[in-house]
Design a protein. Structure first.
Ligand code: HEC
Length: 337
């Protein structure tokens, strides 16, 4: 028995010491439940549009914090009821303002994408896996250059914010972000004290409760409270280019920041599918990472960039609830270490 245990310990120690690629192979994902997630191309759909009269009934309901996106736009069977193909084609306008949903349509861009989403956890980590059909343009690119953009899957994750639970990533997408219709001039951004101190001229994702607009932060006391309550949104991504995957770790609050460390994640393209596995430490002590534990329900929004696109030209999902050993849209299965 002692012999067996020590062999086990050795195997365990070896597994832990393996480089990043090691762990994903240890989970038999074919045995883990999966959810089908619908993603769509949002064009310039912003939080400001969603909460406005331009969004008609939707605007009214969201302002009152009542129904969530899925209630009106996704059937129980998982069918999307939203003019995503028309948005991608640039052929649909907002009802009141008559502004286009996509002023710069990309030729042949489809409006909808599907992904498979799985979750599992053990004593130490939560594992999130995303898989989707793809030609793997980024992965198969032989010689990446300055103008090529890697393919990418990103996750926004939060546990406590009720608006994130209902509306997901959309609370971080604003009319004044870089490449959005009301994006301020670069010189105005770089002249602003905050952006000047960072030597930056681009406005990035921010949570609606952290800033009223790109140059108007909410007051420090409120922000501190929000942070204490878990208002920071964890952000993780895997980029695919030239046959390799790169993991990024970041967060969104009053700005979107990529940290100087990579996320614990792997990814690959094979047999016409991309897949990525993200690993989040349970009871993490890192204030910039999601605090998650058995029994928790967290919300996750997925974004996919493909075909040399960047910034807003991506597919996005509504938020999905993941329960660790408890019910959610997806119940993360417990696996042994
Ligand atoms: C109470 C129901 C309701 C909710 C909640 C709601 N919407 Fe809508 N949404 C609508 C209706 C109705 C329209 C069509 C407006 C029109 O054309 O008059 C619409 C239109 C849209 C459109 C324009 C494309 C289209 O199909 O007309 C987008 C994009 C959109 N909604 C996204 C969202 C997102 C994202 C959320 C959550 C943040 C959301 N909606 C929440 C009812 C809703």
């Amino acid at each position: 028995m002692v012999g067996f245990t020590s062999v086990l310990m050795l195997v365990l120690a070896f597994t832990l010491a393996l480089p990043l690629q090691g762990y994903a192979k240890d989970i038999n994902w074919s045995k883990i439940d999966s959810a089908r997630v619908v993603l769509f191309y949002p064009g310039v759909t912003s939080w400001e549009f969603l909460t406005s009269d331009d969004h008609r009934l939707g605007g009214r309901e969201i302002k009152q914090g009542k129904k969530d996106c899925r209630h009106c736009h996704l059937s129980k069977e998982g069918e999307l009821d939203l003019k995503a193909d028309e948005i991608a084609a640039g052929s649909v306008k907002m009802k009141r303002s008559h502004n286009p949903f996509e002023p710069e349509p990309l030729a042949g861009k489809k409006g909808v994408a599907q992904a498979k989403f799985q979750a599992a956890y053990d004593d130490e980590f939560l594992y999130l896996r995303v898989e989707w059909d793809s030609k793997g343009g980024g992965w198969n690119r032989k010689s990446p250059n300055n103008s090529s953009v890697p393919d990418r899957v990103s996750l926004q994750i939060n546990k406590t914010e009720s608006t994130f639970k209902k509306y997901g990533c959309f609370i971080t997408c604003h009319n004044d972000l870089n490449t959005m219709p009301l994006s301020p001039q670069k010189r105005d951004v770089s002249a602003h004290p905050y952006y000047k101190s960072l030597d930056r001229s681009d406005v990035r994702l921010y949570a609606n409760y952290a800033k009223a607009s790109w140059d108007e932060k909410r007051n420090d006391k409120d922000l501190e409270k929000k942070l204490k309550e878990g208002g920071r949104i964890d952000l993780r991504a895997v980029e695919f280019e030239g046959g390799s995957a790169k993991a990024l770790d970041g967060w969104i609050f009053d700005d979107r920041i990529w940290e100087n460390k990579s996320a614990d994640a792997t990814g690959q393209w094979a047999s016409g599918k991309y897949s990525a596995v993200f690993k989040a430490r349970l009871k993490s002590k890192d204030a910039f990472d999601i605090q998650v534990n058995e029994g928790d329900v967290i919300s996750v929004g997925i974004a996919i960039h493909e075909e040399n696109t960047a910034k807003r030209k991506h597919y996005v999902s509504f938020p999905y609830a993941i329960g660790l050993g408890t019910n959610g849209d997806i119940k993360a299965s417990r696996i042994s270490n």
